[in-house]
Design a protein around this ligand. Structure first.
Ligand SMILES: Nc1ncnc2c1ncn2[C@@H]1O[C@H](COP(=O)(O)OP(=O)(O)OP(=O)(O)O)[C@@H](O)[C@H]1O
Length: 349
């Protein structure tokens, strides 16, 4: 019998693809699931919910969930399109969640009132879903999901359709609510903010398998996939190390301060890269003449993210610096990087 609250080790076949997931989680844990499009994040949720045919083992709260039919699994799923019942009031939508699990009418009503209050939409109880904003609807959808007293909550990009301020407020409300939740929450997200505000751990999914699982700080410090690196704003390059040098898969060499041998991932902060128009003559051991591929404003008007390559680099700089350097897409630039700013980790074969 498994020690973990949730213990999953499954294989899922989807068309031509075979996806394989393994995850153990403790009571009360919130796990962010990240990865590129098509990596298998939704498939992982489907495997837990029982809506995808799976082989392997899945235990939740001491029960063998392979023996629990899908409709009896104590699992609540919230998507970005919340799909509330349009003909029922907000209150009735949330009560439905509880009643569907066999809860009595009075208890369901009490639970719905409590949850709507907690999610700060108590005053909307008599409205119909059509009379709610996107953020309000999403709160009601969360209330309805939690009213089922689930053992596992599956949140599939629940903030994706909301504007930034609404999403931020809902994150705060959800963080409070999840703090008192004793089950396991899996949260699929493409937003690094979720990692640092909601997640106890981050599960990085790549190409139908778990590429990394660690605390948000661990993944931020040493992301093991380019997607995770981009998400947390770090650079990651693949290469092969011999004696303090790494021959990058993209061609150029990189000098590092850490001895390593064999396949490696090298990571570094965008702020560690210095850009110049002339070849730099400072102490930086690594310098490359490269090309500006894309310049993307950060939305605050003051900072710009430059994508360069080869080698593929991301660099954050101020709009003044962009102007001073005369950076433009397709234009040349020198990038330099100190050996001591580079972290080297072994790559799994
Ligand atoms: N019902 C299905 N039948 C066949 N293949 C499927 C099915 N559902 C998903 N797939 C495939 O399985 C893989 C994983 O898809 P999945 O939707 O789990 O990825 P995801 O990480 O959730 O992606 P996204 O971020 O785009 O939602 C993809 O290659 C996808 O094309």
């Amino acid at each position: 019998m498994s020690e973990s609250y949730l213990d999953l080790d499954v294989t899922v076949r989807r068309g031509e693809k075979t996806l394989r997931f393994s995850l153990q989680a403790d009571p009360g844990e919130t796990i962010a699931v990240v990865g590129p499009n098509g990596a298998g994040k939704s498939t992982l949720l489907d495997a837990v919910a029982g809506t995808a045919p799976t082989e392997g083992s899945l235990h939740v709260a001491g029960q063998d969930w392979r023996r629990v039919p899908t409709h009896r699994r104590r699992v609540a799923l919230v998507h970005q399109d919340h799909a509330l019942f349009p003909h029922l009031s907000v209150r009735a939508n949330v009560e439905y969640g509880a009643r569907a699990r066999g809860t009595g009418r009075a208890e369901a009503r009490r639970r719905a009132s409590d949850l709507l209050q907690l999610l700060e939409v108590g005053e909307l109880a008599e409205r119909r879903p059509g009379q709610l904003s996107g953020g309000q609807s999403q709160r009601v959808a969360l209330a309805r999901a939690l009213a089922t007293e689930p053992e596992v909550v599956l949140l599939d990009e629940p903030f994706a359709a909301l504007d930034v301020a609404v999403a931020q407020r809902l994150r705060e409300v959800l963080a409070e609510r999840l703090a008192g939740f004793t089950g396991v929450t899996l949260l699929v997200t493409h937003d690094a903010v979720d990692l640092f505000t909601l997640a106890d751990r981050v599960l990085v999914v790549e190409d139908g398998a778990v590429a990394q699982c660690g605390t948000p700080a661990e993944v931020a410090a040493l992301p093991r996939t380019p997607h995770a690196a981009r998400l947390v704003g770090r650079n990651v390059l693949h290469g092969r190390a011999t004696k303090g040098r790494v021959v990058l898969d993209e061609g150029p060499e990189l000098v590092t301060a850490t001895p390593a041998e064999g396949p490696v991932l090298v990571t570094f902060n965008p702020s560690a890269v210095t850009l110049t128009t002339e070849e730099p003559h400072g102490s930086a051991r690594n310098r490359w003449r490269t090309v500006v591929r894309r310049l993307v404003g950060a939305g605050d008007g003051a900072t710009v993210r430059a994508h360069l390559g080869p080698p593929t680099l991301t660099v954050d700089l101020t709009t003044e610096a962009v102007a001073e350097l005369g950076l433009h897409e397709g234009g040349p630039v020198w990038a330099s990087l100190k050996a001591t700013d580079v972290t080297v980790q072994e790559a799994s074969a």
